[in-house]
Design a protein around this ligand. Structure first.
Ligand SMILES: [Zn+2]
Length: 275
């Protein structure tokens, strides 16, 4: 399976480079939205969607006034997954499946650009997004899934996946793409495991935000810790799951590469490595 690493949105909060200490590493000056484009057996598969065209054309209506003012998404449609896919000579209908780590607005925004795709998500995440608690209302934007989404909900115990649990999303094909539940950031948050030609890729979504969190000993800017504290639905679960991810990342199992959604340095390294 050939896998490409795409950046499908750029968030540019004021002061971010200073907060994360990006002076030493200019790649960290903006927040990327790391998505995967998988060339699968039955068509294209997207892992996460970043922001979509409609989000960039009407950000306040689609993303909300607060998110737009604070996150300051760059209004560059060439970053949208649909534009990057069309630039490669494909059409929206060539994307057969979308596998989402979770339904936060910066991960689900591109859904409406691929109305024909099957959308795989954990059942607990779907339930949270459809019936959010008052604290969750700002993060989920129902306007992003007002078209007739072909939801494919996944639940159950799954199978052992390197000590975690894996739920196969595309049974019956040779494409091995699994949802690996890692709740804490949101109720049904998952990592997505992809068996690529060079070994396993583990897209950890928002289970962590900064590459330093995966090093041993971990290093994390205080601003990142504070931001995660604001966004967690269950702090204890998220920290426990982050520690399990660090164990996987530092053990270098089967050439596994672990990365998160918003770390520009990880994205640049994986793009340079060619998948
Ligand atoms: Zn996110």
């Amino acid at each position: 399976m050939r896998v490409e690493h795409l950046n499908c949105a750029c968030l540019c909060p004021r002061g971010w480079p200073w907060l994360v200490g990006a002076a030493a590493d200019t790649a960290m000056g903006e927040i990327c939205c790391h998505c995967l484009l998988i060339h699968g057996e039955e068509g294209l598969i997207l892992v996460d969607t970043g922001l979509g065209r409609a989000d960039l054309r009407a950000p306040v209506q689609r993303l909300g006034r607060a998110f737009t003012a604070i996150a300051r998404p760059r209004r560059d449609e060439t970053l949208c997954a649909i534009d990057q896919i069309e630039a490669r000579g494909f059409r929206a209908s060539d994307v057969r499946d979308i596998v989402l780590t979770h339904l936060d607005l910066d991960h689900a925004g591109g859904l409406s650009d691929f109305p024909q795709a099957r959308v795989h998500v954990h059942a607990a995440e779907h339930a949270a997004a459809m019936h959010p608690h008052w604290r969750e209302r700002g993060r989920y934007r129902s306007c992003q899934w007002q078209h007739a989404v072909r939801w494919q909900l996944h639940d159950g115990a799954g199978e052992d996946w390197f000590g975690l649990r894996g739920l196969k999303t595309l049974p019956g094909t040779s494409d091995d793409v699994q949802l690996v539940p890692l709740p804490g950031h949101t109720r049904g948050h998952c990592a997505v495991a992809v068996r690529a030609a060079q070994g396993w890729l583990l897209h950890a979504g928002d289970a962590y935000f900064h590459h330093g969190e995966m090093s041993d000993p971990p290093q994390r800017p205080a601003a990142i810790e504070a931001l995660q504290g604001l966004l967690n639905t269950d702090r204890g679960l998220r920290l426990a799951n982050r520690d399990r991810l660090r164990t996987l990342a530092t053990q270098a199992i089967a050439q596994m590469r672990v990365f998160c959604a918003h770390d520009a340095l990880e994205l640049a390294r994986l793009q340079a490595a060619g998948g």
